[in-house]
Each structure stands twice: as structure tokens, then as C-alpha cells.
Design a protein around this ligand. Structure first.
Ligand SMILES: [Zn+2]
Length: 220
């Protein structure tokens, strides 16, 4: 099964996609993780990616599509949770082409809907484990020891592009794109909307689990 998360930056796509992938033994294909990893490389390509991320700009399609394609080919036999990609209609079409080649398709989308003002708060407080990608929030979900991952003890970092000014820019740019993507997928497959504003991650996760269970039993 291939599941795709839709939603604005900060809606909780990463957190919930990760949780889902662990519970259902799916591969979590996160464009954010993929790009951050690539940006750490000293190569010219890595440095180019780093510049885009730190300015809150979208990495050009040809770069991200190439990275995503490689991951899909590597993990195609597993169930996959897509998160953070596609970000544009053009990328959605590229994804469709890649999946056509291996005779797969996105089974359904989960659209995480969160009010804009909450997104800024969430993103600016976000911290990520440098080792395993666990996501924390300095107020909502702080680690037991400041700056250290609860699971593995590695240092947490603040992702590039999460400064307030950049975050606001990302959300503004993401609004139109997300709306377009939701429409695009609604015309093709099932898009399940999950409201995340003023609800705990546990409540949201429960909704997501119910949706996934429903789809699993429908497909049997
Ligand atoms: Zn960790």
C-alpha cells in the first residue's frame, strides 16, 4: 500500500507519517529527511540544496524528483508512506510516471488540516534528532533532557528554514500549492481529511489509524 500525506508545512505530516510507518512496518519516504541528508554533503549538489532549504525555497523539481525516484526504486517492494513530496502538481505528475513504471499507485491520501497560526508556532519550536529523525517541539513535546533525543541520546537540531520569517514565507507559498494538490488528488483518488488544529497528536494519530484500517479491510 502507498499512502500520501498532504498538508502545509508544520501540519504534522512528518510526525504522523513516521508513526504510521513504524506501526505498519512501512517505508517512510520523507522529502525533508532526504533533502537534509543530501544538504549535509560537501559536494556542489549538496550545497545547492542547502541554499534552497535555508532560504525557505522549494528545491527544483529535477533535483528532488531524482532523489525520490532513487528511493522508490530501492524500497518499492515495501509499503510506502510519502511525506513532503509531491509539493506541486508537476511533481505529482512526475510521481505518477515513476509509479506507472513499476505498476504501482498511491492508494489514498491523508490531508492534515491545521490552522495557519498554529503552524508558525509548531515549526519555530521544532527540533529534530540528528541520528534517527525523531521530531520534538520545545513546548509541546520536549525531550527529557534539553537538546538530546529521548530515544537515542543524539543531539537535536533546529532544521534550516524554521526561523519565523522563513516559516511564514513557506506557509504563504505552500497554501496555494497544497490546495491545488488536494484538488488534484480528490479528482483521482480518495482524500481523507484529518483536522489537526487544537487536537493532541494522539487524537490525530487515532483518526489516521482508523482511516488506514478502513482502507486495509476495504482492499481485502
Ligand atoms: Zn534519536
Amino acid at each position: 500500500m502507498y499512502i500520501l500525506f498532504l498538508g502545509l508545512p508544520g501540519a504534522g505530516k512528518g510526525t504522523h507519517a513516521r508513526k504510521l510507518s513504524l506501526e505498519y512496518d512501512m517505508f517512510h519516504l520523507s522529502s525533508g529527511t532526504l533533502l537534509r541528508k543530501a544538504a549535509r554533503r560537501k559536494s556542489a549538489g549538496g550545497q545547492v540544496i542547502k541554499r534552497y532549504i535555508s532560504r525557505g525555497k522549494l528545491v527544483p523539481d529535477e533535483i528532488i524528483v531524482k532523489l525520490i525516484r532513487k528511493e522508490i526504486m530501492k524500497f518499492q517492494e515495501k509499503d510506502i508512506v510519502f511525506e513532503g513530496f509531491p509539493k506541486t502538481i508537476n511533481q505529482a505528475r512526475e510521481l505518477e510516471e515513476i509509479l506507472d513504471e513499476i505498476e504501482k499507485e498511491i492508494n489514498f491520501c491523508i490531508y492534515l488540516k491545521v490552522d495557519e497560526d498554529r503552524l508558525v508556532y509548531r515549526l519555530t519550536g521544532r527540533r529534530i534528532c540528528s541520528n534517527d529523525g525523531s521530531i520534538y517541539h520545545i513546548k509541546e513535546n520536549p525531550p527529557e533532557e534539553e537538546g538530546k533525543c529521548d530515544i537515542c541520546g543524539a543531539n537535536l537540531f533546529r532544521p534550516a528554514g524554521d526561523e519565523e520569517k522563513i516559516v511564514k514565507k513557506r506557509i504563504k507559498a505552500g497554501k496555494k500549492r497544497t490546495a491545488e494538490l488536494v484538488e488534484y488528488y480528490k479528482q483521482r483518488i480518495n482524500v481523507e481529511t484529518v483536522v489537526g488544529t487544537d487536537r493532541s497528536p494522539g487524537e490525530v494519530h487515532q483518526d489516521i489509524n482508523e482511516i488506514v484500517e478502513k482502507h486495509i479491510s476495504d482492499e481485502k
